[in-house]
Design a protein around this ligand. Sequence first.
Ligand code: HEC
Ligand code: HEC
Ligand code: HEC
Ligand code: HEC
Ligand code: HEC
Length: 323
Amino acid sequence: MSLIRSLVFLFLAALCLLPASGCHKRPGIVWELAPDGKQPKARSVAELAERYDSEHCGECHQEVYRQWKNSIHARPLIGTGRTVGSLGATITSGLMEWGYSGVTDFKDVRLEHLMTCAKCHLPQLAEATDDVAREIAGDLSRWADAKSEEDDGKLAEVEAKLSSLTIGCLVCHNRNAIVHKWTDGYPLPKTVYGSKGEGHFCGFYPKSAKSPVLGESIFCGQCHGQGPNFEFDNPTQCTTAYSSYLFSYRANGGKEECQDCHMRKQKQGHDMRSYTDPRMSSVALDFTMEAVFLMLGDGRNKTQGVAASVTMVNRAGHSIPDG
Ligand code: HEC
Ligand code: HEC
Ligand code: HEC
Ligand code: HEC
Ligand code: HEC
């Protein structure tokens, strides 16, 4: 047995010595291709934000832009307010306390540390250098300081900077628009992916192409979670909406895509939200209650009571709440 183990070990060690082997790939970085495949890695938050800027798209797609800007996709490092704090806490109460993470100070944070959250909260971070990871870590630390000092001006300034990093038009309509890249190819530079693919009227992005997945749940599933992300050296788990959708909703005969409920049916378009949108919370549950008032006891001792029977049926396409 130990001989077999030694052989396996030697074989793996030999693989690592080969120049082009998988061992040279940094762990935990999911997919590093920029929309313009040949661009060098972004070296600052400003450069990464500029590369994925949605303002420009909004000049023509004004209504879509307005809807998107109202959604949490426009501030995935802030969220409803809880995300920014928990990203910082991941560094201070996680990475800094774990014996083998290599992080004892904000300055030690590298890309792969942040990718355990950015895989979904900011997938394009994979196209940035470790300097950008350190810059973001520094901003998260400044945010925590501003919060404890109750310095509203500083808080607003840091949040504005972090909000420049978004799940914007080009993340969905280029970078993440193709899931099966060996089958359908890698997203092309200067191309927006939609349902038609008949050309595009924009100087910077003059081409358009058909995305095979944009209208289907698998597209959202890329970020909306199946379970622990085992590909990381330290797996994370944040959401399991997609797994619950597949194995509960679809398995029980549900037929609608994420896009049906979250974009099409109530004409929310790109304003994809949850309970903060009354249109969504009003269809989330079927709620019925039957109550019977009771009067118990004999002539001397009387007790009043209520017997209630409550039925709640989840009408979302997955378990709620999630995350
Ligand atoms: C690139 C990754 C990514 C893709 C693709 C994506 N999302 Fe999201 N989405 C997120 C992240 C991250 C958040 C949460 C940010 C936060 O709260 O910090 C979010 C938030 C949401 C929310 C709001 C949740 C709440 O608590 O209010 C809804 C609804 C949503 N997404 C639906 C969708 C749907 C539907 C699709 C597909 C059409 C989709 N998303 C595609 C990453 C993504
Ligand atoms: C979270 C992912 C996501 C983001 C961010 C996003 N979109 Fe979309 N977009 C979609 C999906 C999914 C559809 C398809 C909806 C459907 O099939 O009903 C779509 C549809 C569209 C369409 C119609 C496409 C067609 O084929 O006819 C346009 C135009 C568009 N988006 C523009 C934008 C612009 C501009 C932005 C930025 C302001 C943006 N989108 C941001 C996911 C996204
Ligand atoms: C100069 C104006 C202009 C700008 C800037 C612009 N678009 Fe468009 N775009 C259009 C028009 C016009 C259409 C066709 C009508 C429609 O589908 O809305 C279109 C169509 C699209 C489609 C559907 C394409 C298809 O083949 O199905 C997507 C997706 C899209 N745009 C995304 C974007 C994104 C992302 C950006 C920013 C990088 C952007 N657009 C910038 C004018 C513009
Ligand atoms: C049958 C309709 C339906 C389908 C299909 C559906 N959703 Fe939802 N989803 C809802 C409703 C309704 C809510 C609002 C729940 C609430 O108000 O708390 C919701 C809430 C959410 C939330 C927020 C959860 C929370 O904790 O507040 C996210 C994220 C989300 N959906 C993403 C998705 C994704 C991704 C898919 C596809 C894999 C999907 N949904 C499919 C109806 C649907
Ligand atoms: C598999 C993708 C994925 C990973 C990895 C991930 N998240 Fe999330 N996260 C999401 C999505 C999608 C949502 C939004 C909605 C939901 O609850 O389903 C979310 C929501 C959240 C929320 C709740 C926001 C709110 O206001 O309710 C927090 C906080 C959060 N994420 C922090 C983190 C941190 C910190 C990490 C890294 C340790 C991380 N996430 C890793 C996808 C992910």
